[in-house]
Design a binder for this molecule. Structure first.
Ligand code: SF4
Length: 316
């Protein structure tokens, strides 16, 4: 068997099996937790810089070079996805970057955005190039917006919804709205009624319901159960669906245990993960993963946390 060397990238992670996108290669173009929101459920922790300013955080060519390199590796990729450590539309070169990537690969491009900057024409214009845009909308009143998403003080939910409506009219690709529901906060009937009315004003392909799955920033952010999510799905209409875990496909490559440790550290440095997450992302046997995690814990590099009865691992 040939063990293939896998590079550690600065801007790329995965491909990880995503519940929505199959094997999604994450492209991280914003430094850790630079965001226009500070969501109570964020799996990455508190926002370190709450901002609406677009910046060229990294040289565009540095990101393109990494993408060129990974495309030469034997890894399954269904989507190249802009997401990661913060809000991707804050990267000033996003439009140019997408054009460059389109010139080197026919793989579809997805952008996961928190929707807050869609009121801006330049940002809507950049996103027109994506094959799939997944904007999120967890709140439809300013009060709820503040409670769930803790936005930058200048953000106004009505302006964001108007931006989203405009984008739906201009954009020709796939549009899947994501709504993350937090138990006892944005799942009340009153709020869901306004949400349903708002969704009717948007031209969407899907409405994807999600809940607090990974350890949230705030311990009071609790998930909804399956039955509650299903009820809300019915209420929101035929385009709504509850997003479910994606089954893994076998990977073609294999790695040595030293590589396994490096790969685990790479994944764990992005977000808290379970053994199953790592198994699905890397294809290793769960026992091998468990052994490597134990060694990393003993070496004081990671810690174990219990969230809703599930064990996650995060960087120390
Ligand atoms: S969940 Fe997304 S939008 Fe919300 S704070 Fe975290 S990175 Fe920002």
């Amino acid at each position: 068997m040939v063990y293939k060397e896998k590079k550690i990238y600065r801007h790329l992670y995965g491909p990880v099996p995503s519940r929505r996108l199959g094997y999604s290669l994450g492209i991280d173009i914003v430094p850790y937790k630079i965001c226009s929101l500070d969501c109570i459920y964020c799996q990455l922790g508190r926002t370190t810089k709450l901002t609406l300013e677009r910046e060229s955080f990294y040289p565009l060519e540095e990101i393109v070079t990494e993408i060129r390199q990974i495309l030469t590796e034997d890894v399954p990729i269904d989507y190249l996805t802009f997401s990661g450590s913060g809000e991707p539309t804050l990267y000033h070169e996003l439009g140019r970057l997408m054009r460059k990537i389109k010139a080197i690969t026919p793989l579809p491009l997805a952008v996961l955005t928190n929707s807050t900057l869609l009121y801006r024409e330049d940002i809507r214009h950049d996103l027109l190039m994506a094959d799939l845009v997944v904007p999120s909308l967890d709140a439809v009143t300013q009060e709820m917006f503040k409670a769930v998403n803790r936005p930058h003080p200048s953000l106004d939910i009505e302006t964001i919804i108007e931006g989203l409506i405009k984008f739906c009219q201009e954009y020709k690709g796939q549009l899947w709205l994501e709504v993350l529901l937090v138990k006892g906060i944005n799942d009340s009937l009153d709020h869901l009624q306004i949400l349903r009315d708002t969704i009717r004003r948007l031209q969407l392909d899907k409405v994807q319901l999600n809940t607090v799955i990974r350890p949230p920033t705030e311990t009071f952010a609790h998930p909804l159960g399956n039955e509650e999510l299903e009820k809300i799905r019915n209420y929101l209409g035929s385009k709504a669906e509850v997003v479910v875990d994606f089954p893994r496909r076998d990977r073609k490559t294999a790695f040595s245990s030293e590589k396994l440790t490096k790969e685990i550290l790479e994944i764990v440095s992005r977000r808290p993960v379970t053994i199953e997450d790592i198994h699905q992302a890397l294809g290793y046997h769960r026992l091998e993963i468990s052994k490597a995690l134990k060694e990393l814990k003993q070496a004081n590099k990671i810690r174990e946390i219990n969230h809703q009865g599930r064990i996650y691992f995060e960087l120390k």
